[in-house]
Design a protein around this ligand. Structure first.
Ligand code: NCD
Length: 316
C-alpha cells in the first residue's frame, strides 16, 4: 500500500492509485463497522483534535466516531466558544493547539485555503473537513466508495452533478476525483450557479436537467449553499425546484438503474423530492453516511502509519 502524504488537504494532489488505496482500506472498515466489536487500535496513543469553524452534523460526528473506533483520544474544540470569538487569528489558535501535541488535526473553515495555511504551521497531520468552496476530500472519497459499491466500478461511468456548483467544495472535490478515475462528468445547473471556465476541468455543462441527466449512471444532487451567496442567484426556491429539483419524472431520463446521491444536509422540496430521497431502491444517501465513517477511518489510519514511520525530531 502506498500513500505517501503527510496531510489530506484535497483530492488535487492524490494519484489514482492512492485514491484506490484509501478506498480499499475503507472497504475493510465497512465490514469492521458492521461487526459487533467496533474497537481497533490503529490510532492508539494518538490525539485527534477536531476544529470546526463552520457548522457540521455528519462530518464532525463521522470524524469523531472514526477516531474513537480506532482508539485515538478525540477532542472536539467548540470554535463558537473558543478565543476565536475574542478575535484570535486562525494561526494563533493553531499554534496554541500545536503546543498541546496533537497527532491529527481535523479542520473545517469557511475560507478557501485556510486549512492549507494551517497545515504549514503545525507539526501534526492535518485533514481538511471542508474549506470554503475549495475542497472537501473525505466527502469525495466517501462518494467514490458509495459509487464503487453500487456500480461495481469507479471508471467509465456517466455522473451528473446537479445544482449549486459554484459554491460547492463537494462538487469541486468530486469533479477532481471522478475525472482522475476516468469518468464522464456532467455538470447541471443554472448559469448563475456555474463557475466560469469549468469546462477546462473536463466536464460537460448543461442548463437543462432532462438533457443533462440523459443516460446518467449516477445523479449527485447538491444543496443550495445560501450562506455562500451574496446576492440573488436564483429567482425563487419554487422556480428552482421546478427546473432543477430532482423528482421521479426528471430521474426517468437517467439510466434505469441510476443511483441518487446527496451529501446532506438536504433541503427537501428545493433540490430533491422528499419521497425520492427516501426511496431505498434509488437513493444511496444513507450509504453515503455509512461510507463516511469508513473512509475517515481509512484516511486517518494511513496518515497515522506515515506519522509513526517518521522519527519525531523530523516532525519538529
Ligand atoms: C457539505 C459541506 O459541508 O460541504 N456537507 C457535508 O459535509 N456533508 C455540503 C453542504 O453543506 O451542502
Amino acid at each position: 500500500m502506498r500513500f505517501d502524504h503527510r496531510h489530506l488537504l484535497g483530492i488535487e494532489p492524490l494519484r489514482p492509485d492512492e485514491i484506490t488505496t484509501i478506498l480499499d482500506l475503507a472497504e475493510q472498515y465497512v465490514r469492521f463497522n458492521r461487526g459487533r466489536d467496533k474497537h481497533a487500535n490503529a490510532l492508539a496513543g494518538l490525539t485527534q483534535i477536531n476544529m470546526f469553524f463552520e457548522n457540521s452534523t455528519r462530518t464532525q460526528a463521522s470524524f469523531e466516531l472514526a477516531g474513537k473506533r480506532l482508539g485515538a483520544d478525540v477532542m472536539n474544540m467548540s470554535m463558537q466558544a473558543s478565543s476565536v470569538k475574542k478575535g484570535e487569528t486562525l494561526i494563533d489558535t493553531a499554534l496554541t493547539l500545536n503546543a498541546m501535541h496533537p497527532d491529527l488535526l481535523v479542520v473545517r473553515h469557511p475560507h478557501s485555503g485556510a486549512v492549507d495555511l494551517l497545515a504549514q504551521k503545525v507539526n501534526c497531520a492535518v485533514l481538511n473537513a471542508g474549506d470554503g468552496r475549495h475542497e472537501h476530500p473525505t466527502q469525495a472519497l466517501l462518494d467514490a466508495l458509495t459509487i464503487r459499491r453500487a456500480k461495481g466500478r469507479l471508471h467509465r461511468l456517466t455522473i451528473a452533478i446537479c445544482g449549486d456548483i459554484a459554491h460547492s467544495r463537494v462538487a469541486r472535490s468530486n469533479l477532481l476525483l471522478l475525472h482522475k478515475m476516468e469518468n464522464r462528468i456532467r455538470l447541471i445547473g443554472p448559469e448563475t450557479l456555474m463557475p466560469t471556465g469549468i469546462e477546462d476541468f473536463g466536464a460537460e455543462v448543461f442548463a437543462d436537467m432532462r438533457e443533462g441527466l440523459k443516460g446518467a449512471d449516477v445523479v449527485m444532487m447538491l444543496r443550495l449553499q445560501k450562506e455562500r451567496m451574496d446576492g440573488g442567484f436564483i429567482p425563487s426556491e419554487r422556480e428552482y425546484y421546478h427546473r432543477f429539483g430532482l423528482d421521479a419524472e426528471k430521474l426517468s431520463h437517467a439510466a434505469p438503474d441510476a443511483i441518487v446521491m446527496h451529501p446532506g444536509p438536504m433541503n427537501r422540496g428545493v433540490e430533491i423530492d422528499g419521497t425520492l430521497a427516501d426511496d431505498i431502491n434509488r437513493s444511496v444517501i444513507q450509504d453515503q453516511v455509512e461510507m463516511g465513517v469508513a473512509v475517515r477511518m481509512a484516511a486517518m489510519d494511513l496518515l497515522a502509519r506515515n506519522l509513526r514511520a517518521r522519527p519525531s525530531e523530523v516532525m519538529a
